[in-house]
Design a protein around this ligand. Sequence first.
Ligand code: CMC
Length: 430
Amino acid sequence: MTDKKAQLSVDGLDQPIELPIYSGTQGPDVIDVTSLTSKGYFTYDPGFMSTGSCESKITFIDGGKGVLLHGGYPIDQLADNSDYLETCYLLLHGELPNKVQKEEFVNIITNHTMVHENIRGFFNGFRADAHPMSMMCSVVGALSSFYHDSLDITDPKQRIISAHRLIAKMPTIAAMCYKHHVGQPFMYPNNSLSYSENFLNMMFGTPCDAEPNINPVLARAMDKIFLLHADHEQNASTSTVRLAGSSGANPFVCIAAGIATLWGPAHGGANEAVLNMLDEIGTVDNIDEYVARAKDKNDPFRLMGFGHRVYKNFDPRAKVMKETCDEVLTELGIVDDHQLAIAKRLEEIALSDPYFIEKKLYPNVDFYSGIIMKAIGIPTEMFTVIFATGRVSGWIAHWNEMISHPYKIGRPRQLYTGYTPRDFTPLEER
Ligand code: CMC
């Protein structure tokens, strides 16, 4: 925090309003506008383009430079040297674990992967063609009816227990959503497998298999997908989790609210939308037509998997994801896939066409993650579920950070443009 101040001159006021300016450790300074209410003004910032909603130590993004840090560590270093669970620990506790802490954390998560047997029964209520996100959203919210022992949000220990439960059970629930969809028996978690191996086994294994058979390249790719999606600062779903949590709601329903927000195609639904778009484009010959549509102001069509609210440079996660994508495709011997050919051509266009260059629209993380997941054999409707599975660590870390400090219920105001007061008109006169 600094002694810097901003002066706001307002027509009709004799004196400018003095507003404190705070500096973080990195990133733009922020102007504290909380005193404006007492002067009779609100700020107006639809889409929160210029609003810092909280103070946080978890993640830093410099979108212009393409930088993403968790606890100060660059995302590419974490992706190359760490793993998803270690990154979860970093997000939750602010430091990388030492050997003992890591072992203990992995052990706790591994031993909490099972869900209550009654949760299996919930799935009978869903149609087989239910979207997996609809099932995940409902089931995660319903966890709050099972874990009454960890719902006191004022107790730091209970908050961490809830965090462990969520991180541990998300892959199990995600795989159950898939198994219900394809009509196969649910697979129980297997404690001899790593987090990502376990997820792949619960997805693709069946009780008929003698023992798990997980390709290590695919397990590593899965772990990277979880790690690269773990947190992304105050995005729409994380802000939703914080807002829901600010009312004192329990962590499981706050996470369900985050899952709901993530589902939209402008956010986590983009990876599914990428594959649907590649399907719609159909062949490389149609690309020019779709690119022209994306550039046409009168056409709502957008190239899914391109552009980002914060990154006006290559998304650093996309760089790692692209390398992982190449590894997975080589491992699986996929060379002449027609969707891949379209994706590669789109990528070339986006990096060379003046429209995309001027607007700084680079391929984002969802562009490549969709291609990897398709290659692994994960159906498109599961893509956002997998994004949510990785993101739960970031959501719960932000929720815990908020609850650990003094906070207020989130309650934005508005610019009202409706009717001024008028008298009620009786029904027969309307
Ligand atoms: N295709 C074509 N034009 C685009 C695209 C696109 N994908 N994205 C943005 N533009 C244009 C947009 O029309 C606008 O043009 P103009 O200045 O002439 O009005 C300009 O670029 C700026 O776009 P914006 O919509 O004002 O930017 P935003 O920050 O509000 O939106 C976005 C960011 C991610 C919602 C948007 O780029 C988009 O819809 N992308 C496609 C969906 C997608 O891939 N989403 C995943 C985001 S990454 C995962 C995550 O973090 O959740």
